[in-house]
Design a protein around this ligand. Sequence first.
Ligand SMILES: NC(=O)c1ccc[n+]([C@@H]2O[C@H](COP(=O)([O-])OP(=O)(O)OC[C@H]3O[C@@H](n4cnc5c(N)ncnc54)[C@H](OP(=O)(O)O)[C@@H]3O)[C@@H](O)[C@H]2O)c1
Length: 323
Amino acid sequence: MLAAYAARISPDHPLSALTVGDRPAPDVPEGWARVRVKAASLNHHDLWSLRGVGLPEDRLPMILGCDAAGLDDDGNEVVVHAVVSDPSWQGDETLDPRRSLLSERYQGTLADEVVVPRRNLVPKPPELSWEEAACLPTAWLTAYRMLFTQAGLPPGSTVLVQGAGGGVATALIALGRAAGLRIWATSRDEDKRTRALELGAEQAFESGARLPAKVDAVMETVGAATWGHSVRALRPGGAIVISGATSGPNPKATELNRIFFLQLRVLGSTMGTRDELDRLVRFLRTTGVRPVIDEVLPLEEAAKGFERMASGDLVGKIVFTRP
Ligand SMILES: NC(=O)c1ccc[n+]([C@@H]2O[C@H](COP(=O)([O-])OP(=O)(O)OC[C@H]3O[C@@H](n4cnc5c(N)ncnc54)[C@H](OP(=O)(O)O)[C@@H]3O)[C@@H](O)[C@H]2O)c1
């Protein structure tokens, strides 16, 4: 079957480690289900994997991809939940120390077929296209958990979203707006700031700009480049929810004094549970909010999508399709 996979690891030139070609179709273990992939979306996680982050050499070749929507063997339309927890684990799957994401231990979704534990399938409603549904399991689920589970923000709160063009950031803006939050966004790029306003942000600022007021919470995925600004943006008692560090994990100033003096809260967030994915799907059905898709490409052209993500020149998600 056709697949986009890591044939080797390249920390400095991740795109050179990507191969789009033939891989054996997967066997289906007891209790698992096969999904014929109709659409799969790209995440920064896939670039990290090519760099060897979370993917050791002894697991290669590894099909990349966490997100997919497709048909199971009974013809049901499904969305795939990417967090695979231990069969004995009870409760929040993201807290299982032995959990992995698809493409870390088990083969990923950028292929004709993927196999996952049967409990990882969530029904896809007909209102969502294959492409839209394929955006949900990582970026949109992460944004959902950041806003509603970790920050627990009441409607009317002011929230700053850093790096407005990203897959997670566009989800934060659209979901937050639909939930009655006042969203402010930053971006280095004027066009992306305009898109943020179109998506529902009330105001958009240049990265690092002085804000007109302090905010209740900051949603952080950029990391070192924006961390200081995020800490300085908060009101006393406010919260930063962090789920990524694209620009690096070591900010120049950690602002520790400000964190304790203003009693700020720093909350880590990773992916989300199957139940949260199910609720996210219902949230989209109810509100009419839909994922922001930058480009749809056939899987054969996966390398082009990876290049665009590596360049940072995109707004929202890149989706790969299969016939
Ligand atoms: N913990 C989890 O479960 C989880 C889940 C999903 C994603 N993540 C992580 O979250 C991060 C974002 O993921 P994504 O899929 O949304 O990635 P993405 O779509 O590639 O995000 C791109 C955005 O990052 C911002 N950015 C990148 N480098 C920057 C820099 N040096 N300075 C300022 N902004 C910069 C850009 O903002 P502007 O160009 O608009 O300024 C850009 O729009 C990644 O590191 C990813 O690994 C974690």
